[in-house]
Design a binder for this molecule. Sequence first.
Ligand SMILES: Cc1cc2nc3c(=O)[nH]c(=O)nc-3n(C[C@H](O)[C@H](O)[C@H](O)COP(=O)(O)OP(=O)(O)OC[C@H]3O[C@@H](n4cnc5c(N)ncnc54)[C@H](O)[C@@H]3O)c2cc1C
Length: 408
Amino acid sequence: MAEFTMELNDEQKEVRDWLHGFAADVIRPAAAEWDEREETPWPVIQEAAKVGIYSLDFYAQQYFDPTGLGISMAMEELFWGDAGIALSIVGTGLAAVGVLANGTEEQIGTWIPQMYGDASDVKVAAFCSSEPDAGSDVAAMRTRAVYDEAKDEWVINGTKTWATNGGIANVHVVVAVVDPELGSKGHASFIVPPNTPGLAQGQKFKKHGIRASHTAEVILDNVRVPGSCLLGGKDKLDERLARAREKAKKGGERVKNAAMATFEASRPAVGAMAVGTARAAYEVALEYATTREQFGRPIIDNQGVAFQLADMRTSIDAARLLVWRASWMAVNGKPFTAAEGSMSKLFASETAKKVTAQAIQILGGNGYTREYPVERMHRDAAIYTIFEGTSEIQRLVIARTISGTSVR
Ligand SMILES: Cc1cc2nc3c(=O)[nH]c(=O)nc-3n(C[C@H](O)[C@H](O)[C@H](O)COP(=O)(O)OP(=O)(O)OC[C@H]3O[C@@H](n4cnc5c(N)ncnc54)[C@H](O)[C@@H]3O)c2cc1C
């Protein structure tokens, strides 16, 4: 087990500086353009692929960094550049992690390379769980996967929504109900290979922020995938379902388990994205406050402005500490006895929303225009309190975990 440390080692510092260079030189200058175009920034993803940032190797290396800080540090730097473009770069990784976590070695080897493509022909992947009537309430999912034993195929029907890269992905990972009696325990994940008939993009959403990231509905109409596309395989699924049925008979899950380890482990990464956006807006505001003069002096000479910056910096550092703690716990298998992963996501995402709004205030009229990046950062920051579990859901998980009761 790695000791918890707040000091990046030399190798991590090198990676951080390299990522920061890419974020500053390639991502940030492209941010306003792709925000306006509301399209996937393929040339930037290609650049990231060329230098090795858009690849499974890079993602996995950071993800499995024994200190736990690798992925958080990487997310912070990329999202410091721009949230919409960074999400287009890391969105595939979120789908790939679903395969890494649940897939067999063969599935990992077959599908993950097809999620990324290569630098001359980059591809993206999508993770499709949310549905129109199943957002926070994952157990209400209706997309159904039925096994056709004669053909050893799964037949998937349903409508997914809000899928990052949905419809434009080469590989879709789709969560579907295999046993409706078991609620969220009766779900399984499937690979839908490239060009599978029956999968189509529905509406593409026009969004408030992270507009360079493609978000769309995915319609699954009698989509047939081979048995080998069930992540983890049929034997493992059957065992898992049998265990869940047994537990259900005994009275279901105990509330004590409210902090689900997988979400606790993935939420700090979203917290780190929020820290990146917050830090970016804070830096712009600090620079502006030291140069903009009113009443014959820089506006930072007023406590009203300087104290805001002091609060912004304090919250950002506190958010990072929560994110790093939870990332370290996840990698080192520490039990999340107080839902520390949810805590980090909750605090960092609320911080990003607040800090970006303060940045607009400090820039005054300029902050409100698209001539300066903070209004975009503020629009982008609003996503962090919504996806990967809303702030209310994080509070619910924390409250249930610390109290051991079924708070509603
Ligand atoms: C840009 C974007 C990208 C996304 N990417 C993906 C993706 O790649 N894959 C994917 O599967 N999903 C994705 N999502 C979906 C996202 O995870 C959901 O939007 C989120 O889980 C919330 O679900 P909902 O939008 O249906 O809101 P609802 O669940 O309808 O919530 C509405 C409001 O009610 C509150 N609420 C709900 N239940 C409770 C409760 N019990 N107690 C208190 N308050 C409650 C919520 O906090 C929220 O404020 C994405 C969403 C967006 C906007």
